[in-house]
Design a protein around this ligand. Structure first.
Ligand code: C5P
Length: 222
C-alpha cells in the first residue's frame, strides 16, 4: 500500500519575528523544509510528497528549489486560512484511494525514523496513529482566579506525523471547521473515531521561536 505525506508549511511564522516564514529558514546549511522532506525520504524513498504553502510563497519556493538544484519529487498546493484548511487542500490534491497518509508540520525536521515508522505501522494496523511524549515540566491550569496544579501523568504533548487511513481522514475533513481543530487527531475525534497514541521522540520539537532554532542547530549535528 502506498504512503503519502502532506507537509503543512502554510503558516505565516509570525512568532519567529523573521522576514521569512520559519520553514524556509536555514538549519545546518539547508532550509528547514528540505531537512523535513529528506527525513521522510530516508524512511521511504517512494513516499509521495505534497507540500502545502501559503500562496504568497509558492513562487518563492519554486525559485529557491531551482537555486538549490533540489531533486526531491513533490507537488505544491496552496494553503488556507487555518491549518485545517491547508490540510484539506493537501488531501483534495491526492489521488490515492487507499493507503496511509501522514500529516507533518514542516517545522519538525527532527522527527526520528523510529517515530515515522511506528506511526505508519500502527496506522496501517489500527486506522490511525498520533505520536505523543510525556510532559517533563509540572503543569497548572490557569483561570480567572489564579491557577491550580493538575496531575501531570494524565497529560501528553502531541507531535506529528499524525498518520491515518486516507479515506477515513477525507471523511473527517468534510466536517465544518471548528476552532478546536488544532491538529488532525482533533478533526478525526470530532467524528467519533478513537485515536491511537504512540511514542514520539523528545527531539521532535516544533521550531517556533529563535531559541528553538538554536536548539535544532545543536540537535541536528548529533
Ligand atoms: O502555527 P501552527 O502551530 O498552527 O503551525 C503548525 C503547522 O501548520 C506549521 O507547519 C504551519 O506552517 C502549518 N500551517 C498551515 N496553514 C495555516 C497555518 C499553519 O499549513 N494556515
Amino acid at each position: 500500500m502506498s504512503e503519502n505525506l502532506i507537509i503543512v508549511a502554510a503558516g505565516s511564522g509570525k512568532r519567529m519575528g523573521a522576514a521569512l516564514p520559519k520553514q524556509f529558514l536555514q538549519l545546518a546549511g539547508k532550509p528547514i523544509l528540505v531537512h523535513t522532506m529528506e527525513k521522510f525520504l530516508k524512511h521511504n524513498s517512494e513516499i509521495k510528497i505534497t507540500v502545502v504553502l501559503n500562496e504568497e510563497y509558492v513562487q518563492f519556493w519554486d525559485e529557491l528549489s531551482r537555486t538549490l538544484n533540489l531533486k526531491i519529487v513533490h507537488h505544491v498546493v496552496s494553503g488556507g486560512a487555518e491549518r485545517f484548511h491547508s490540510v484539506k487542500n493537501g488531501l483534495d490534491s491526492i489521488l490515492a484511494n487507499d493507503g496511509v497518509v501522514a500529516i507533518h508540520d514542516a517545522v519538525r525536521p527532527l522527527v526520528s525514523l523510529k517515530t515515522i515508522e511506528t506511526c505508519f505501522n500502527i496506522a496501517r494496523e489500527r486506522g490511525n496513529a498520533v505520536p505523543v511524549i510525556h510532559p517533563a515540566d509540572s503543569l497548572r491550569i490557569a483561570s480567572e482566579n489564579g491557577s491550580s496544579a493538575v496531575e501531570r501523568s494524565k497529560y501528553r504533548l502531541v507531535q506529528t506525523p499524525q498518520c491515518f487511513e486516507i479515506n477515513v481522514l477525507r471523511r473527517a475533513f468534510e466536517q465544518p471547521y471548528q476552532s478546536s481543530f488544532t491538529d488532525d487527531a482533533s478533526v478525526l475525534e470530532a467524528m467519533g473515531e478513537r485515536i491511537n497514541l504512540v511514542e514520539g521522540n523528545r527531539e521532535n520539537i516544533k521550531i517556533t521561536d529563535p531559541s528553538d532554532l538554536r536548539m535544532a542547530e545543536a540537535l541536528i549535528q548529533d
